[in-house]
Design a protein around this ligand. Structure first.
Ligand SMILES: CCCCCCCCCCCC(=O)SCCNC(=O)CCNC(=O)[C@H](O)C(C)(C)COP(=O)(O)OP(=O)(O)OC[C@H]1O[C@@H](n2cnc3c(N)ncnc32)[C@H](O)[C@@H]1OP(=O)(O)O
Length: 251
């Protein structure tokens, strides 16, 4: 029977080695899952990207593409305190999907395609009025955050007075536009609309957003984020420049 004083030590080493190998395997697997999620999300968003009639927004020298990390990085979103997916920016499976926004600082206007998915339906192929209103509420808030120049989520939409002029079909893609028309202290007045390729207007909104409101009982670095402008890629983004650079490189 082998009796060697080194054997318990070797045994412990073997256990420690196995544990380390397992930890590395878990880390590698987690990275692979994150990469897969990123690819799925990129593919999902690509599937609903800008329609040909709105491609000019991508090429416009006056517009910046808006990127928020919580719209793109699901793991970061979850780890940072969000509890679900964004109603409007959650990707192609959402009832209402804005795949991207473009901001013109000169006009203080935010524009983007909005896809009313199959789950936005109310009656026989038509879209729910609340889905149209949700899209208008979203642009009202984000255009105010951008025009106020502070950073994302520096306030909230507090009034949305919508006129629903024409029924939207579920599956339809429209242009969602919001423009700041007045700023009076914390109060930002916004006009917004939903229109189609031929300029037909489906809904309009007179909205009010408040900027400079306290949005969390306990604020963190997340509430101190500021907009950053990348003039080369004509992008506005928040958070760390390294995230913006890394995700640009990943494509
Ligand atoms: C800590 C947890 C926070 C919790 C905040 C939770 C908001 C989460 C929103 C997430 C983003 C969205 O989804 S936005 C869509 C959903 N929206 C919401 O849930 C917003 C709910 N509303 C709110 O929580 C509140 O109204 C706030 C926090 C935004 C209020 O901010 P505030 O900074 O305290 O503003 P306050 O001093 O009261 O008012 C500033 C000026 O705005 C005017 N004003 C304010 N509300 C309105 C209004 N509904 N309609 C007209 N005017 C208004 C006031 O009269 C005043 O005018 P004057 O006297 O200066 O002339």
């Amino acid at each position: 029977m082998p009796s060697c004083s080194a054997s318990p030590w070797l045994h412990r080493c073997a256990i420690a080695g196995t544990a380390a190998a397992s930890a590395v395997a878990v880390l590698v697997a987690a990275r692979a899952v994150a990469r897969r999620r990123h690819r799925h999300r990129a593919a999902a968003l690509a599937a609903v990207s800008v329609p040909p009639w709105l491609k000019w927004l991508e090429e416009s020298p006056f517009h910046y593409k808006v990127r928020l990390r919580e719209w793109e990085d699901e793991d970061w979103r979850r780890d940072s305190g969000w509890q679900g997916s964004d109603l409007i920016h959650g990707g192609s499976s959402s009832a209402i999907c804005v795949p991207c926004y473009f901001y013109s600082p000169a006009e203080m206007a935010l524009k983007g395609p909005v896809i009313f998915g199959r789950s936005s339906e109310s009656h026989r192929g038509f879209c729910h009025g609340g889905a149209m209103t949700s899209a208008l509420d979203d642009v009202c808030g984000h255009v105010a955050f951008l025009a106020a120049g502070r950073g994302p989520w520096c306030g909230a939409t507090v009034q949305v007075n919508c006129k629903l002029n024409k029924p939207v079909r579920s599956g339809q893609v429209l242009l969602l536009e919001g423009k700041v028309i007045k700023q009076d202290g914390k109060k930002v007045s916004v006009q917004a609309s939903l229109s189609d390729e031929d300029g037909l207007v489906y809904a309009t909104m007179e909205g009010l957003s408040i900027v400079g409101a306290k949005m969390q009982l306990e604020e963190s670095n997340l509430d101190q984020r500021e907009w950053r402008y990348d003039e080369v890629s004509r992008t506005i983004f928040d958070g760390s420049p390294s995230w913006h650079l890394e995700s640009k490189q990943r494509g």
